[in-house]
Structure formats: structure tokens, C-alpha cells
Ligand binder design. Sequence first.
Ligand SMILES: Cc1cc2nc3c(=O)[nH]c(=O)nc-3n(C[C@H](O)[C@H](O)[C@H](O)COP(=O)(O)O)c2cc1C
Length: 450
Amino acid sequence: MTAVAIVPAAGLGERMGADKALLDLGGRTPIGRVVATCRTAGVDEILVVRRDGADALPASLGVQVVTVSGGGEMADSLRAAYLALPAEAESVLVFPVDHALVTADTVLALRTLCGREGCEIALPLFRERAGHPVWLTRQAFAEIDRPGAVLRDVVRADRSRVRVVETGNPWVHADLDRPEDLRAAVCALHGEPWSTVAQMFRHRSHRSYRRDALPRAQIERLVDAARHASTSSYIQAYAVVAVRDEAIKNDCARLCGGQRHIVEAPVFFAVCADLHKLAAACGRHGTEVQAQSLELFLQATVDAALLGQNLQLAAEAEGLGACMIGAARNHPIELAERLALPPHVFVVFGMTVGVPADDPVPRGRMPLAGVLHWDRYEPATDAVLDGADEVMRAWARRANAEQGGYNGRPVNEQKGWTERMAAAWGADSSYAKARATLRDELRRLGFALE
Ligand SMILES: Cc1cc2nc3c(=O)[nH]c(=O)nc-3n(C[C@H](O)[C@H](O)[C@H](O)COP(=O)(O)O)c2cc1C
């Protein structure tokens, strides 16, 4: 059966600000990816619909180009392609460039279905929602050649001839409309196949790294993704200093309690609460930022924390390991000076990121009942506290058995979470004493906390 792919790629790309067929999608163009996928799936010929005056496609693609005028409406593109369809074409694959990350297995599955046992239209289904590409018999596709007809109407005209292929590939729904869509697609090419939530459960802090440098493009990608966290009142009151310079990184390590993994990691991120840009915005409009406000301090700190958590998750999704570094608040003023932070910016916490060289035993968490309350808060029960103790002891037993302990030393298997927390944060807390000057230091950095 002769199969022809029609690739609508005639849009103006107004929201993208560029011709989407020719974007850089992980080192290849979307049109290049679609063409390669079509060939892998055994398509015989490929017609690409382009707008009059659009940039020429590389001859190496080996495709036939059909041109249309106007704004590149999908229906017009499909009708033009229908009129140019080779006589021998028995089936048609409609494969818009937006769906460049759909893989050949999905396309092959559509091809296998279409034309068999009453199936005239085969389309992919992700989570109960139909997407692209769509494979149709020539006869079904011919219905596009009616005034006002769009592909959706052809599909809906007679459900009995439509079959679906269930796929785990969400890109059957994707649109490459905005620059953010492109950046998300590039991220997907680097991400692990876990769902976001599965990735969350896989979290462990890593404290040893290989020396491999992280490419600048990867660092940009991770921080770019991370900053799409929600942000209080759209202030975007955060900043990240990505420290790769060895001398500066070593100084950061020294100022953060000499933690070895900061020296080892190829990058140390200083995740900052940042009211500097807000101050500049206020200055531009003849007023002064209320940086003394405790509320603004909290907003900026929460914003930074949300970005930081997103950053860790993004790094983990790309197969990296990370560890947050609260010790960045040990010497906030010296650290701010070393990183050339302006007034109204402080490092809330740091984060080491790199290719992990360790395989830490997961810590687990206290029973969910200590965290999730229904309608009203329930004070901590013995079951919760005992459960938290047991999770900690189980971690200690496993760390001792599998790794000879933690950080090169055996862990006390008797001490549970409550005893450790009481020692760390009770009356003799060395942590609390170490931060006794934090309020004054924050004031000096431009946060009066009033
Ligand atoms: C804000 C913050 C600061 C942290 N600071 C440090 C740190 O300075 N050094 C370190 O080794 N781990 C640090 N951690 C990691 C915690 O110790 C770790 O998340 C916790 O023990 C749970 O272990 P897990 O992340 O492996 O599940 C920090 C975590 C957070 C959220």
C-alpha cells in the first residue's frame, strides 16, 4: 500500500517568532525529525506544505514541497496537499511539524491499523485524548476537499471507521507555538522517562559527584525550567548564581562549613531571594521598594525556595544528582560579597549539582498522617512520632549494612528521629546558636524584617 505523508508546515510562526519547521530542536529541525520518523515508519513519499515565500527546506530532506498563500491555515494546507497527492497514494499520514517528538513506533502502529477491518482513520490516544499524527485511507482523506472542511470534522463524521492507538507519548498533543513550547520540547529530549511524580519519589540528596563539567546549555536549560515555578504576585523575586569558577566555588565551600561536595560538584548554585530587581522597578517609577517589609522578605524567600526545588527536580529528571546547602546561611555577608550580590539579595540556600558518584540509601519520610491532615489539623500522635523514629532507624540499619554507615562512619541504629531532632533543635541547639546573628546579617543585606 503506497503511503504518503503530508506535513503541514506553512504557519507564520507568529507566536514563536520564527518558522517552526526550521527551529533548533535539540540539534535537529522539527521538519528533519518528522521526515526521519516518516521514513523509519515506511512512508513512501513526503509532501511538505509551505507558505509562499517561506525559507527553502534543505534538499537533503528529499521531500516534495507544495506551496500555499495566506496565513497557513491547516485546512488550506491539507486541501492543497490533497490536490497534489500522487495517483498511487492509497493512504495518507497527516503529520504536523508541531508533533516532531512523536516517535516511529506510534506512527508504525497507526499504519498497521489503517485500512484493516473497517479502519479508515487511525489516530494516537494519550490519556483518553486524541492527538496527531493521523493516518487515513485516501478515500477518507478525500473528504477534506469540501468547502469549509477541517480534519477534525472528517474524523468525527463517522466514528465507526476510526481506531485509536494508545500511546505513552504526550507529544501527540503538543503544539510548538511559543518559545516556551520549544524549550519544553528540548528539555523533554534530555529528561528521564519517569513521570514528574515518580521522579519525586526517587529523590535522594547526593553528596559525591564525578568531575564532569555540566555544559552551559544544560545549566541554562535547568534554571530556565526551574524559574517557571509559581511566583508570589508575579514578582519573580529570585536569582541564581551558578558558580563554576574553582576559586569562587572553593570559597563558597569554605563559607558553607567546608562541605566537600561543594568542591567536588561541577556547579554550585546559590539560590537567592532577590528584591534588587523590584527595587530597580520601583526606582524607575519614582518610588522606593519596601524591602524592610517582613512580608516581602517572606515572598522572596518562598519564591527562591520554589525555584530551588524545581531546579533540583529538573536536575534529577536529567539524571543528575543534587544536594541543597542550607549552610549557605552560615556566613551570609561574606558569601554575598564573594558572589557580588547587590543590596536586597541574599542566598537562601545553595545547591550542588552534578553527575552522582554515590548511591545513597533513601531516607524515607515520616508517616503521611504527620503531614496530611483532613479539614482540621490533628496534633502529632505517638503513632506518627514512633513511625518517624522507625523510618530513621530503618535507614540507619540499611546504611550500616549496605554502605558501612553514613559519611564513612557507622550510624547509631537506636537513635530515632525524635531524639535526633531534640538534640539538633532543642535547648542546646548548636544550629540555632550558629545562626544567632542571622537577623542582623539579613538587615545588613537590606532586609529589615519589620
Ligand atoms: C534547605 C535545605 C538545606 C539543606 N542543607 C544541607 C547542607 O548544608 N548539607 C547537606 O549535606 N545536606 C543539606 N540538605 C539536605 C538534607 O539533609 C536532606 O534533604 C534530608 O536529610 C533528607 O534526605 P534526602 O534529601 O536524601 O531525602 C538540605 C536540605 C534542604 C531542604
